[in-house]
Design a protein around this ligand. Structure first.
Ligand SMILES: *Cc1c(COP(=O)(O)O)cnc(C)c1O
Length: 499
């Protein structure tokens, strides 16, 4: 047995590397040959004025079956929600029901052209109006724009609304407060919008340190950006007081709504005192989002902010027809056309399919799943904030590092050998060797148990044979990469010999 075989858990899938498409097939193999035309025109050479290449292009010589196998293999090398447990904290990698896919592929939606007149797209406008109403209900914030293309884009849109609001009141402000547990997009948004970010610490319970917050609030602060539950997966019970303190200083409260999967139908940011929030439709409402594809980050706001929303906004006219209107003091468009419409259709289909009660049950189940896994793991790892969590929780591999020289990264890599996607690691920044686990409501109990037992097995390996963990993963197409270089300078291009 090779070391690789010995180290692969029995359940590990076989996913070896395979030849590149350029190395497949054989000279002369073809997939398709265009029939000779009966209408000969000028040759390519003539059309290009003699500038055609002198050597044939290095195209693969493959047959149709080679191509089919090539792509099927690539698909099987990928990891997704449909292949296994994907507890990537903060990202809400839950199962996306096929029903939502079917809905957005309906010809009446997918075949629309963005320049069609409103009279010919009444159904699409109605869908956007109805989705906006549903999001207003879930968030407790009645003004809605569906334009932003992602969560971070929603954050930017909201801060632009805040600025417009303050400027309209002759009260331009320069700073935005964010807690030290915040998601990286929050400080990035603040500085992209031209504000200065001010960080407030968390207290020993993982909540906002409200005394430090009060000290940081003054007439130059435009807003507080907060997610509740926060990135530790903890619901901040002081939220009403926090929002009141922000308002007392003339600032506005922004909810990063990426964690909505924890509170749907249970608590509404509008009722907590927030003035605006974004919703990651791709996380919470059924759009696949592992590969960086299109998302949607609608923003919901209070009636006071609604006149500043981006336009145009679908609206039902007196005559019972849908049309587009512009809010009175609109900040303008933030996205071409009507945003990522296919994502909006999926979200609406999901909401209709599960209904209001279903949304609440999804959140309840997500919270239950996270607490179940948390209980299973807290003895083997450190739990820096030992309280009931919401939809996710953060463990620390700090003790494993100190006692066994094993880091969160090693644990994450070893999970791959168990066919499980690693949790988010080294985030939030305030936890040493952080591992942020979000199992989601769609993982069956059996899968939760497998996740717990894989993590426990890894914690045991850390004590008995830490080198196994340092060398993991063993069963993936590629082993340990230089993560910095892989992200910044990926080498994805095949080059023919000698080029
Ligand atoms: C995912 C996430 C974001 C950013 O959302 P994108 O759609 O990826 O831009 C912001 N905040 C939190 C807490 C998140 O989890």
């Amino acid at each position: 047995m090779t070391r690789r075989d010995q180290l692969a858990p029995e359940s590990a899938p076989a996913r070896g590397p395979r030849r590149l498409i350029f190395e497949s097939g054989s000279p002369g193999s073809v997939c398709f040959e265009a029939p000779a035309t009966e209408h000969p025109g000028p040759s390519l050479d003539e059309m290009l004025g003699g500038r055609v290449r002198s050597h044939p292009a290095h195209l693969p010589h493959v047959s149709e079956v080679d191509i089919a196998r090539h792509y099927a293999h690539l698909a099987s090398m990928n990891f997704g929600v449909d292949t296994g447990t994907y507890p990537l904290g903060s990202c809400t990698m839950k199962y996306n029901p096929r029903l939502a896919e079917d809905a957005c592929r309906l010809e009446g939606f997918s075949g629309l052209h963005p320049y069609q007149p409103a009279s010919s797209v009444q159904g699409a406008l109605q869908l956007m109006g109805s989705l906006s109403a549903a999001l207003a209900e879930v968030s407790g914030l009645p003004g809605v724009t569906l334009q932003p293309a992602a969560g971070a884009h929603g954050e930017l849109t909201a801060l632009m609304l805040f600025r417009a609001f303050h400027v309209a009141n002759g009260d331009a402000r320069r700073r935005v407060i964010i807690p030290d547990s915040s998601h990286g997009t929050n400080p990035a948004t603040v500085s992209m919008c031209g504000y200065e970010a001010v960080t407030v610490p968390s207290d020993s319970q993982g909540n906002v340190d409200i005394r430090a917050l009060r000290e940081a609030l003054d007439e130059d602060v435009a807003a507080l950006m907060l997610t509740n539950p926060n990135t530790l997966g903890l619901f901040d019970p002081q939220i009403v007081d926090i929002c009141a303190a922000v308002h007392d200083a003339g600032a506005l409260a922004y909810c990063d709504g990426a964690n909505l999967n924890a509170i749907m139908g249970l608590a509404r940011p509008g009722d907590m005192g927030f003035d605006a929030m974004h919703i990651n439709l791709h996380k919470t409402f059924a759009t696949p989002h592992g590969g960086g594809g299109p998302g949607a980050g609608p923003v919901c706001v209070t009636p006071v902010l609604a006149p500043f929303l981006p336009g145009p906004i679908p609206a039902l006219g007196q005559d019972g027809r849908w049309g587009l209107t512009w809010p009175e003091h609109s900040i303008g468009r933030v996205r071409s056309f009507m945003g990522n419409f296919g994502v909006l259709v999926r979200a609406y289909a999901y909401i209709l399919a599960v209904g209001g009660d279903g949304l609440r049950e999804a959140s309840e189940q997500a919270v239950l799943s996270a607490n179940y896994v948390r209980q299973g793991l807290k003895a083997a790892f450190e739990l820096p904030y030992d309280r009931s969590c919401m939809h996710e929780f953060v463990l620390s591999a700090g003790r494993l590092r100190r006692e066994n020289g094993v880091r969160a990264l090693d644990v994450a890599k070893r999970l791959l050998d168990h066919g499980i996607h690693p949790p988010t690691i080294y985030f939030p920044l305030i936890v040493d060797e952080a591992m942020m686990i979000e199992p989601t409501e769609t993982e069956p109990l059996e899968a939760l148990d497998s996740l717990v037992s894989a993590m426990l097995e890894i914690a045991a390996e850390a004590k008995t044979d830490p080198d196994i963990l340092h060398g993991a993963p063993y069963t993936t197409p590629v082993r340990r990469l230089d993560e910095g270089r892989a992200a910044k300078r990926p080498d994805l291009r095949w080059k023919p010999d000698g080029e």
